[in-house]
Design a protein around this ligand. Structure first.
Ligand SMILES: Cc1cc2nc3c(=O)[nH]c(=O)nc-3n(C[C@H](O)[C@H](O)[C@H](O)COP(=O)(O)O)c2cc1C
Length: 250
């Protein structure tokens, strides 16, 4: 069985989805193996001493594949948005029920994708934010200053999410935050948490620097291996960054 082979209407392989994701989609949802695996992983993380988990519902990974409009499975997990959201909701409620009250449960979502237009991305976020099933929603915006790629009215992507009612649920945004000013801009927009990726590779203490100095900016890229080594980046990870991340490693 190849990753791109189509079985019935249930298999959707997205451009950014990992090849192995389809093995779940091939099976009927009656035994909910992927739900059980997700819950078990979270329980093991809690037992191992972690404070929480972030479930991946973005970037074409398994749960994002369920959300995609091209998911037309007929077993209650495809077709209408309610049905396409069912796997996501069941995984989150399963983890919530199986872990302790203080255990942080979050979900990473894409704002939009091919097969998941922005209005649906907003609706998914709205339902999750208002359901109180998670402690935080991490909107993976690629670039916090980005406008919609697929559709939209020309406004900023971030604005489609910061105005949603969210009770106690924390809204986090991620994407190209490389200065204290960027982070402050996200907070002023209404986010409560700002996720840092590349910035924290360039400076192991990026968050503390940004909190201490409102003018703090990440160093320009690319950077030498010596600089990365001084920032405590290991050599295997450096090789990975050099091979897979354009313009980061000189
Ligand atoms: C080395 C590296 C690995 C990443 N791996 C993942 C990943 O496995 N899953 C994911 O959703 N995002 C991944 N990302 C994306 C980040 O979570 C983040 O959304 C993205 O880099 C934008 O934020 P940034 O500009 O602050 O890095 C990765 C980013 C980097 C730099």
């Amino acid at each position: 069985m190849t990753a791109h082979q189509r079985i019935d209407d249930s298999v959707v392989q997205l451009a950014h989805g990992p090849a192995w994701a389809n093995r779940y989609a091939l099976a009927p949802m009656t035994n909910k193996q992927s739900h059980d695996d997700g819950t078990l992983a979270a329980v093991l993380a809690e037992q191992a001493g972690f404070d929480g988990v972030e479930v991946h519902g973005a970037h074409g990974f398994l749960l994002a594949q369920f959300l995609d409009q091209r998911n037309q499975r007929r077993d209650g997990y495809g077709g209408t948005l309610e049905h396409r959201m069912r796997a996501l909701v069941e995984v989150l409620t399963g983890i919530r029920a199986a872990t302790g009250d203080g255990f942080q449960v979050g979900i990473r979502l894409s704002p939009e994708a091919k097969g998941s237009p922005l209005d649906e991305g907003r609706e998914v976020a709205r339902q999750i934010l208002s359901s109180e099933v998670v402690d935080f929603v991490d909107m993976s915006l690629r670039d916090v200053y980005a406008t919609p790629h697929y559709n939209g009215d020309g406004g900023l992507l971030i604005d489609a999410f910061t105005d949603l009612p969210r009770g106690e649920t924390v809204l986090s945004v991620t994407g190209h935050v490389l200065s204290a000013e960027d982070a402050a801009w996200c907070l002023a927009k209404g986010a409560v948490v700002v996720g840092i990726g590349v910035g924290a590779i360039l400076h192991h203490d990026f968050a503390n620097r940004a909190l201490a100095d409102p003018n703090c900016k990440a160093r320009p890229q690319p950077v030498s291996r010596d600089v990365l080594r001084a920032e405590l980046v290991g050599s295997a990870f450096m090789d990975y960054l050099a091979a897979d991340w354009d313009g980061l490693v000189a």
